[in-house]
Design a protein around this ligand. Sequence first.
Ligand SMILES: C[S@@+](CC[C@H](N)C(=O)[O-])C[C@H]1O[C@@H](n2cnc3c(N)ncnc32)[C@H](O)[C@@H]1O
Length: 404
Amino acid sequence: MFDYQKTSQYFAQVAGSLEEDAAAELGELGATQVEAVHRGVRFSAPADVVYRVAYASRLVGKVLAPLRSFRARDPEELYERARDLRWDLLIDNRDTFSVFGNVAGELFTHSQYASLKVKDAIVDSIRDRTGARPDVDRENADVRVGLHVIEDRATLYLEATGGSLHRRGYRRAAGEAPMKETLAAAIIRFTGWTGFAPVEQAEAAPARVPLYDPVCGSGTLLAEALMHAARIPTAYLRKKHGFERFPDFNASAWKDVKRDLDSRIREVPPDLIAGSDVSQEAVESARLNLRALPGGERVSVRVADFRRLTGFESGVLVANPPYGIRLGDPEEVRELYRELGDFLKQRCKGSSAFIYVGDRDLLRAIGLRPSAKKALVTGNLDGRCCRFDIFRGRWGERAGTDAP
Ligand SMILES: C[S@@+](CC[C@H](N)C(=O)[O-])C[C@H]1O[C@@H](n2cnc3c(N)ncnc32)[C@H](O)[C@@H]1O
């Protein structure tokens, strides 16, 4: 028996600063004993909830099922202990596999070398038992094995997701500085937007609340907004899922999960989600990406400079404006943020704007006081998503609307 079969405990890899949100999301999907840790979430779940998480989580990268943990003080010990596992129960003769390693501490310093040792152990173990030799495929393996080493503690995993879930399958064109899908999903979650006004505020039928991205680039925020409002599962476009290759895979439980989540997909009205960008190329990328999703043709994207938009009132605005490093001249960038602030104040009355900024100095240039902030670190950017509530009254009349 492998560890996850004995304990029903799993590990979800999560980008730094998303751990708490991912823990909440896993709870919503049915996981129990959820614990946010550095760059991940530990959780317990029966098989059907694992399938649910690996099919529908928006914030998680990979879901890992622990196979075994052991002590390994050097590459030889790692090889020997890894070789003890019954890999022939996990990897069929015709399967391809790959090993993805992470090492931390002083004993192991090269994750690729540690991964290579585990790969050799897997091949030798299967060859000894079956006489066959499975092939390695780094890009599109049938079975993906994870290795984590911290000091002298090694853990081997099976990937339930089959590659990171941020690869939704809609990104056909990347554009300039595309946002990571999980980060965009975290911003959409932070907005609290669902496409409809909360029932208690709506009279009779729930009112639609439109969402707009005036600097949409390749459309990541729009695509995540569409997936969220239309309830499209994150891995909907995937042809295969890691858990389908688990030795105890329960096909009928998976069928039920898929049927249930797919049946909840709903159509979004044509005017609900829209965006624009000054670059024709970016707009074409956004259209291409959105059309990969069901209902993507209902999201309208056009070429426009936000400084010339007539306005966007009583909705939710999301934006990931360009940042200095890419634009060059810092004064020019600050001016663009000042103009974005003016656009919000003058032409977005009654809207809430959620602006993701990788540089805190630029936030000040917007000239509005945020009503809420969320730290969202990504790569080497110490980013923030700020909420600005634009009141209807004359500018400056209401508390919280004056410049910081
Ligand atoms: C950081 S990128 C947005 C990336 C996007 N979130 C994505 O995932 O692809 C910033 C975008 O702002 C656009 N932009 C810059 N100045 C603009 C303006 N004045 N009006 C509209 N779009 C503008 C750029 O063309 C670029 O696509």
